[in-house]
Design a protein around this ligand. Sequence first.
Ligand code: GAR
Length: 193
Amino acid sequence: MSELSIAVFVSGGGTNLQALIDAAGEGRLNGRISAVISNNSGSHALVRAANAGINGYHISGKRYPDGSDFVTAILEALDKHTINLIILAGYMKLLPIEIIRKFKSRIINIHPALLPKYGGEGMYGLNVHRAVIRSGDMLSGASVHFVDEIFDHGAILIQRTVPVLSDDSPESLSARVLRIEHKILPMAVRMFL
Ligand code: GAR
């Protein structure tokens, strides 16, 4: 494989997308971000994509009552850019099973905890950090893993830890974990290659 053609799926602010854009700009990615796909039209990640001259797509399940039309819309965007790696970077939806099967071993996800702990249904964004603080764990971190058909389950590519401080709020822990996420996500893309 020569240069990777990457699609990044996002839902929110897109700081992980920005870390990937910056890494690509500095020649640290071995890949080109060809498309950004968001389920949320108001996602700041789409603004980041536009600022970087990357094609942005708003593809939401809500606009496609028929699930197969939703899958087709995603596949059309992916085919248009001959995508060979999908990165879920703060994508708060389950990817349709058809896409997971078609891109088997070519989808990675970043998760804001040390999987297999704090993964699965309902474990996203600040919910994860709330659960970690409630548990009394002294370590948290971030994981990049391959996506398979089970939620937050596939093989782990890379993990890094951060301390959980006694006065942490979900927001302060999230900020510490995000700093690690921004480092390990571009590293994971290089490992993938
Ligand atoms: C990140 O912390 C990411 O790990 C998390 O959402 C945040 C998105 O931030 N993803 C999940 O919780 C998915 N289960 P960003 O939009 O600033 O990159």
